[in-house]
Design a binder for this molecule. Sequence first.
Ligand SMILES: CC(C)(COP(=O)(O)OP(=O)(O)OC[C@H]1O[C@@H](n2cnc3c(N)ncnc32)[C@H](O)[C@@H]1OP(=O)(O)O)[C@@H](O)C(=O)NCCC(=O)NCCS
Length: 176
Amino acid sequence: MPEIETLRLRLRHFTLDDFDDLLRIYTDTEIMKYLSPRTAEQTQNSLCNHIRQWQEHNLGMWAVVDKATGKMIGRCGLGFLADTPEVELGYVFDKSYWNMGLATEAAQATLKYGFWEAKLEQIVAIAHPENIASVRVIEKVGMKYQKHTRYYSHDVVYYTLPRAEWQPNDSLYVLH
Ligand SMILES: CC(C)(COP(=O)(O)OP(=O)(O)OC[C@H]1O[C@@H](n2cnc3c(N)ncnc32)[C@H](O)[C@@H]1OP(=O)(O)O)[C@@H](O)C(=O)NCCC(=O)NCCS
């Protein structure tokens, strides 16, 4: 299964040993403000889903590791939007790593994987309109606003990026 190295990050597959780190992130009310904090049981289910999705599809969520420390600091990757065949970009980072450009770095690598390796025609993203940091990341990676709509029982802004409109940057991207 593919793993990716960027300048500062390693995007690797989840293992069951990631539970404690993921629980710390998924139960944090500030980090999960727009996604709803999860219980231990929900986190375990999410972790199993993160692992299973790669086995069933050629895409999924990576555990994001800070190369400098080896710490797991979040997750980023691709998944299916609600009950649709559309593939969405998603990310959650530990709050002590916010505003350092890390989500943007991981998201750019994820798009590169999605278009080059998974051969997707389009990748979408949604965010709560007040989730300024997330909307900013979506726009920084070149996605285009389409509409306000609802997914997962939340009002969201919906962005798309067709492969033909994607402009890959030349930052470090090594596929393992
Ligand atoms: C969304 C999230 C992943 C962004 O991660 P990050 O590593 O901080 O993102 P980046 O540093 O790459 O970019 C963040 C951008 O938002 C901007 N930003 C953050 N908070 C802001 C605020 N309150 N007002 C204005 N801009 C803000 C930053 O300045 C930066 O933009 P810039 O590069 O133009 O200066 C992170 O905030 C997070 O994990 N949030 C909780 C989980 C979540 O909401 N995930 C998304 C669900 S849709």
